[in-house]
Design a protein around this ligand. Structure first.
Ligand code: FAD
Length: 337
């Protein structure tokens, strides 16, 4: 277990709502550490629809999921949040005198005066292909999410899957990668028809190779660096695809995960909150975003943003007990210089 880090607020979940909570907390002079089980920030926006346009973010007639996350990260940046990505919070235990100790599956220990659970639909985990030794390549040659496609410039990519993510990324990465091969167990792809048409056009132009009907069968490489991906048909025909990177896109599994064990009052797998303060049934633990339920709750990003503002106002007296909180507009207060 590494040394315990301490902060004013620990935010569990780096989805859009958790990220905006960093900004709102920062405006009230509260520092945050943000923990997410995924390797990239942005929650559902990054993991499920980075390139799909969202039309109901106030002030943005249209913005992509990924672009919204980039903007939220930039908005939070002046407050220097500390991100712990790839850590799943497993345990919460009370600290004497107030606050909570959080422990992750990978040995992170955090102490915070207050906790904001912004865990969305619960934990996402990539559906991993059952390939022997795949863990050794994860984060170096095998990626389940893409933050910046530039990282794959001039690389030989093998993409696994036949749904929207696999097809959309094959189309996008074909512009920067040295080669793109998309491996799917059926000849027919399950993505949006326009995307499938674009994929076939790229295949006809020789910019993407459709490796169908094949399944991933094995990995070759050394010291976390791939050299080839082995694929096989149901009839046992084998091909060896020289590759630098494997991108398996077999969807994500979601589950409430360890949150169900923390003793918070829940209703239908959602955390019950007081909608005036976003406090949960446990002292100093607040919850916002898709994970919460209260009368009239809408699972919309814009509602989560408002919840972040209200929760941080409610947390202020815990972090700054001797300071009266005067409501101020951002236009009046400005940003830290
Ligand atoms: P999430 O985005 O779900 O993020 C929660 C994060 O918490 C995840 O990254 C997860 O890994 C992490 N986490 C969970 N448990 C733990 C743990 N124990 N330890 C560490 N990390 C943990 N909304 C709109 O307003 N407009 C739209 O047009 C729209 N379109 C959508 C389209 C699609 C295809 C989908 C799937 C959703 C759409 N939504 C839309 C819904 C929107 O994405 C969600 O409302 C929003 O993502 C909720 O944000 P959040 O921060 O509460 O949670």
């Amino acid at each position: 277990m590494s040394e315990t880090q301490s902060t004013d607020i620990a935010i569990i979940g780096a989805g859009p709502v958790g990220l905006f909570a960093v900004f709102e907390a920062g405006m009230l002079e509260m520092r945050c550490h943000v923990v997410d089980a995924l390797d990239a920030p942005g929650g559902q926006c990054t993991a499920l629809y980075p390139e799909k346009p969202i039309y109901d973010i106030p002030g943005h007639p249209e913005i992509g999921g990924g672009a919204l996350v980039e903007a939220l990260l930039a908005q939070a940046a002046p407050f220097a949040p500390v991100y712990h990505l790839g850590h799943r919070i497993e345990r919460l235990s009370p600290v004497a005198g107030g606050g909570w100790r959080l422990e992750s599956d990978k040995g992170l220990a955090l102490e915070a005066r207050a906790v904001i659970v912004a865990a969305g639909g619960g934990m996402f985990g990539p559906n991993r292909p059952p390939l022997a030794g795949i863990e050794a390549y994860e984060g170096t040659s095998v990626f389940y999410a893409i933050a910046r496609r530039e990282e794959f410039r001039d690389q030989r990519l093998v993409i696994g899957g036949g749904g929207d993510s696999a097809v959309d990324w094959a189309i996008s990465l074909a512009e920067v990668a040295k080669s793109v091969q998309i491996v799917h167990r059926r000849p027919k792809f399950r993505a949006a028809p326009e995307s499938v048409a674009r994929l076939h056009a790229l295949a006809d132009a020789g910019q993407v190779e459709l490796v169908v009907p094949y399944q991933l069968a094995g990995l070759e490489g050394a010291e976390g660096r791939l050299s080839a991906v082995v694929v096989r048909t149901l009839d046992g025909e084998v091909r060896r695809l020289p590759a630098d990177v494997l991108l398996p896109f077999y969807g994500l599994s979601t589950e409430l995960g360890p949150i169900a064990e923390w003793g918070l009052e829940t209703e239908h797998n959602l955390v019950s909150v007081d909608p005036a303060r976003f406090s949960t049934s446990a002292p100093d633990i607040f919850a916002i975003g898709d994970i919460v339920t209260y009368p009239g709750k809408l699972k919309l990003i814009l509602c989560g943003f408002s919840e972040a503002a209200m929760a941080t106002q409610a947390i202020h007296p815990l972090v700054h007990p001797s300071e009266a909180l005067h409501f101020e507009y951002s236009t009046t207060k400005g940003l830290p210089t």
